[in-house]
Design a protein around this ligand. Structure first.
Ligand code: HEM
Length: 145
């Protein structure tokens, strides 16, 4: 069960990060090129990225509790904060990634209320961009790649 969820979380991370990067790049190109905001491409890209990143969030929450790392809370208690690896997995990665998802979700709802293409692209570029930077900042790179 743990292995399956860890693999799912690990592979979905590639897709989520790639989609986020593409959505942000597409928004910057749309903004710079003064392009129209299309339902077929721009809206769908934002929505698809939103859905998959929320799936990753849910899988992450389940993984948190089934991972053997969770037992470190019992074994180390407050000392978790003093150990950089334990702190990354148990505190920083979950907390910062939930925050990243909050930015992405706010970006999605804000863009829906806007009418002008430029402002929609700008909203995606800023909020999804912040989300992407936050996620990249707390990936356990050494363990993952
Ligand atoms: C939504 C964006 C997220 C991304 C892109 C992401 C990405 C990753 C990656 C790449 C790994 C390393 C996987 C490996 O070693 O093969 C990982 C591990 C982990 N993630 Fe996430 N994660 C996200 C959200 C979350 C959230 C919200 C939580 C918990 C609330 C979480 C909990 C964990 C845990 C506990 C591990 C370590 C599992 C273990 O090694 O036993 N993740 N994550």
């Amino acid at each position: 069960m743990y292995e399956v969820i860890l693999n799912l979380h690990s592979y979905l991370a590639y897709i989520v990060l790639a989609l986020l990067f593409l959505t942000v790049a597409n928004a910057i190109l749309g903004l710079v090129g003064n392009k129209p905001f299309t339902l077929t491409k721009d809206f769908r890209m934002g929505l698809f990225t939103l859905i998959l990143s929320h799936m990753q969030l849910l899988i992450g929450i389940v993984l948190y509790f089934v991972s053997p790392r969770f037992q470190l809370w019992g074994e180390m208690g407050g000392k978790v904060m003093g150990d950089s690896m334990a702190r990354l997995y148990l505190v920083e990665h979950p907390f910062i990634n939930i925050l990243a998802l909050v930015f992405i979700t706010i970006g999605w709802s804000k863009h829906k209320k806007l009418m002008e293409a430029n402002r929609k692209f700008k909203t995606f570029a800023i909020f999804y961009g912040i989300g992407l930077v936050l996620l990249l900042s707390r990936i356990p790179w050494s363990q993952w790649l």
